[in-house]
Design a protein around this ligand. Structure first.
Ligand SMILES: Nc1ncnc2c1ncn2[C@@H]1O[C@H](COP(=O)(O)OP(=O)(O)OP(=O)(O)O)[C@@H](O)[C@H]1O
Length: 327
C-alpha cells in the first residue's frame, strides 16, 4: 500500500469523536516510529505545523524540539502566541530564534518581489539549518506539517518537503502525521487538541509573510505601519463577525506617499489598502460587499492610530485580473 495515498474508505474527520480517534491512533503511531529518539520541527504558528507540534507533544513530550523563526514579517502577536501556547501552556521544548535584523538587513533596498521571496526563503532555510546543526547529533527525525493537498500537488511522487533545501549531511527521517488529511480535517483535529481558535482557523498566510504586503523595498517604519493596520483590520472584522465568513483579508502598504492634511498642516504619508476576498479554490476570487460602517470604522482607526498613514483604500479588484496578493 502506498503510504502517501489516502485510502478510498478513509472517513472524512468532521466530529470531535473522529478527531479523538485520529489523535489516539497517531499518538500510538508516533511513539512506535520515534521510540526514545528526538524530533525536530519548524513551527510557524500556522495551523499545519501547530497541529503536528501538538500531536507530537502529546506523544513524546520534550523529545520534540520546535524551532520558531521570527523573521520580522509575522503579523502582530503571532510569534508571541507561539511562545505563549507552546512554551507556557504546553510546556514544549521551543527554540525561539529572533532573526528580525538578519532578514530585514538582507531585504534592505530590495524592491523586486521575486528577489524578496527568494531572499526570505533562502534565509529561512539557512536559519533553520543553523538550529538543526546545533541539535543535529541528537535528532533522528524531522516532523513536517505536510497535508494531503501538498502530496496531491507534488503529483503523489514524493512527500512535499516543507523545509526542503537542507544539505545532504543533514537529512532526517520524516514524521508527517497529518499527511493524509485535508485542511478542514486538520482544523477539527487542532480544535480537539485544544489549540486556540486563532491558530486553528488561521487564514492562509504567504510564506514570506508581511514581506510581500509591504510593497517594494521594505523599510521598518512602513512594515510597522502595515502590521498595525493589519491588526486593526483583523480586530474590526472579528468584531463585525466577518472572520469566519470572509475567506481572506489583509492590508497592503505601497511604497509611495499621498498628500493629506493633518491638524491644519500638509501631510505626505502612505496609503493603506484593504484587501478582502472570497474564493472556493483560490483560482478565482470575488470581493465581498463589506458593510460601509465597518469600512468607515476601520478607516477612522487606521488614520488615527497608525503613524505615517494618511489615506485608506478598499481594493475592489476580482481575481482575475488581480491576484489575491499584490506582490
Ligand atoms: N516563521 C517560521 N518559523 C518556523 N517555521 C516556519 C516559519 N514559517 C514557515 N515555517 C515552516 O515551513 C512550513 C511551510 O510554511 P508555509 O508558510 O508554506 O505554511 P503552511 O504550509 O500553510 O504551514 P503552516 O500552516 O504550518 O504555516 C511550515 O509548516 C513550518 O514548518
Amino acid at each position: 500500500m502506498d503510504p502517501n495515498k489516502r485510502p478510498d474508505d478513509m472517513e472524512r474527520i468532521a466530529t470531535p469523536e473522529q478527531a479523538q480517534a485520529f489523535i489516539d491512533e497517531q499518538v500510538a503511531a508516533i511513539q512506535d516510529q520515534v521510540g526514545d529518539k528526538k524530533v525536530l520541527l519548524a513551527l510557524s504558528g500556522g495551523v499545519d505545523s501547530s497541529v503536528v507540534a501538538a500531536l507530537l507533544i502529546k506523544a513524546i513530550g520534550k523529545q520534540l524540539i520546535c524551532v520558531h523563526v521570527n523573521h520580522g514579517l509575522m503579523r502582530a502577536g503571532e510569534s508571541e502566541q507561539v511562545v505563549d501556547v507552546f512554551q507556557n501552556q504546553l510546556d514544549a521544548n521551543l527554540v525561539y530564534v529572533d532573526a528580525v535584523d538578519r532578514f530585514l538587513g538582507l531585504l534592505e533596498g530590495v524592491a523586486e518581489p521575486e528577489a524578496k521571496r527568494k531572499i526570505i526563503g533562502a534565509e529561512f532555510v539557512r536559519v533553520f539549518e543553523e538550529e538543526a546543526r546545533k541539535v543535529g547529533d541528537e535528532v533522528s527525525f524531522l516532523a513536517q506539517g505536510t497535508i494531503y493537498p501538498d502530496i496531491i500537488e507534488s503529483d503523489g511522487v514524493k512527500a512535499h518537503h516543507n523545509v526542503g533545501g537542507l544539505p545532504d549531511d543533514l537529512q532526517f527521517e520524516l514524521c508527517e502525521p497529518v499527511k493524509l488529511l485535508y485542511k478542514d480535517e486538520v482544523r477539527v483535529v487542532g480544535k480537539e487538541l485544544g489549540l486556540p481558535d486563532e491558530m486553528v482557523y488561521r487564514q492562509p498566510f504567504p510564506g514570506p509573510g508581511l514581506g510581500v504586503r509591504c510593497l517594494g523595498a521594505i523599510t521598518r517604519d512602513r512594515l510597522e505601519a502595515l502590521r498595525e493596520a493589519d491588526a486593526i483590520l483583523r480586530e474590526e472584522f472579528d468584531n463585525a463577525g466577518l472572520t469566519q465568513s470572509v475567506w481572506q483579508f489583509f492590508t497592503v502598504v505601497p511604497d509611495f506617499r499621498a498628500t493629506g492634511v493633518r491638524d491644519g498642516k500638509r501631510a505626505f504619508d502612505w496609503p493603506v489598502i484593504i484587501r478582502a476576498v472570497n474564493t472556493v479554490d483560490a483560482m478565482t476570487a470575488e470581493v465581498p460587499e463589506i458593510d460601509w460602517a465597518v469600512l468607515k470604522k476601520i478607516t477612522d482607526r487606521i488614520l488615527t492610530e497608525v503613524p505615517g498613514v494618511c489615506r485608506v483604500c478598499y481594493d475592489l479588484t476580482p481575481k482575475p485580473i488581480g491576484t489575491i496578493e499584490w506582490e
